[in-house]
Write a protein that binds this ligand. Structure first.
Ligand code: DO4
Ligand code: MG
Length: 275
């Protein structure tokens, strides 16, 4: 079952049938502990009501914060150690990869987040920018993982590499986050074999492509959630990106007009152009 936020309100998809949830807001849904059960009941016995146009789909966020985990894949650890070695930061990334406490950082507000078809941005003062395709957890106020979506943690690697203390500037700026297309309602954990794929097209040609499986994710999603909720409250739930395992080579930087395609099979495909 999937949940979409559209220009006509929230829509549930099950077995290729679409059900509009009239008068029900995304905040109401994401503040519930029983979201999977609530949605099943809401559509049970009803006939499909909604016309569904993919062009009407909006980012699945309303009044939630977006947080992110970092250095959760070996590939990310290596890339960060290399980009920050001149700044003496390499050791920090190695240490956080194996530490008990994960790296968690504030990533985005709803106004900085775009949905499917929206334009992500390269920071105006950055010279080396990449998308980070990440499985993103949808978390209830009490910390239940109620769904999954796709996230793009747009990052300025030159700013991050210059000094690890510049992380918030490398990560949080206008158009630095994409989420969507919809929320796959959780029916237990995703299989470890689940693949995340990234393709970046430039002038109708594939400039970079890569993939990673969740087997490579070092941290258990439930542990990431437990740390995030240790001393934070999220009355309307929140999103937590789980880190990237796909890093393009150092010679690659995003350009205006690039098309970023991130797919996670059970969830869907998130496509954004770089403004
Ligand atoms: O530590 C810097 C950011 C790491 C990150 O965003 C990732 O590993 O995905
Ligand atoms: Mg990231």
């Amino acid at each position: 079952m999937k949940l979409y936020r559209t220009t006509a309100g929230c829509v549930v998809e099950e077995d290729n049938q679409y059900y509009r949830l009239d008068g029900i807001t995304l905040d109401f849904l994401l503040s519930r502990e029983d979201l999977p059960e609530y949605l099943s009941e809401a559509i049970a016995g009803s006939t499909s009501t909604a016309e569904f146009r993919f062009d009407d789909v909006l980012a699945p966020i309303s009044d939630q914060e977006v947080w992110a985990a970092g250095v959760t894949y070996y590939r990310s650890r290596g890339a960060r150690m290399e980009e920050s070695k001149d700044a003496g930061g390499g050791n920090f990334y190695d240490r956080v990869y194996s530490a008990e406490r994960p790296e968690l950082f504030f990533k985005s507000t709803p106004s900085r987040t775009v949905g499917p078809g929206g334009k992500v941005r390269i920071r105006a003062d950055a010279h080396w920018s990449v998308p980070e395709p990440e499985l993103t957890l949808v978390i209830s106020p009490k910390g239940r993982i109620v769904g999954y979506t796709i996230g793009n943690d747009m990052s300025s690697r030159d700013i991050e590499g210059e000094n690890p203390l510049y992380l918030p500037q490398a990560k949080v700026y206008n158009g630095s986050c994409a989420l969507g297309p919809g929320i796959l309602i959780a029916d237990g954990p995703l299989p470890h074999s689940t693949e995340i794929t990234l393709e970046i097209d430039r002038n109708q040609r594939v400039e970079f492509s890569g993939s990673v499986a969740l087997t490579e994710l070092k941290r258990d999603p439930k542990t990431l959630v437990e740390y995030l909720l240790r001393d934070n409250v999220f009355p309307n739930g929140c999103f937590l990106m789980t880190g990237t395992g796909i890093v393009p080579p150092n010679s690659f930087t995003l350009a205006h007009g690039d098309r970023i395609r991130i797919a996670i099979t059970p969830i869907g495909t998130l496509i954004n152009e770089v403004a």
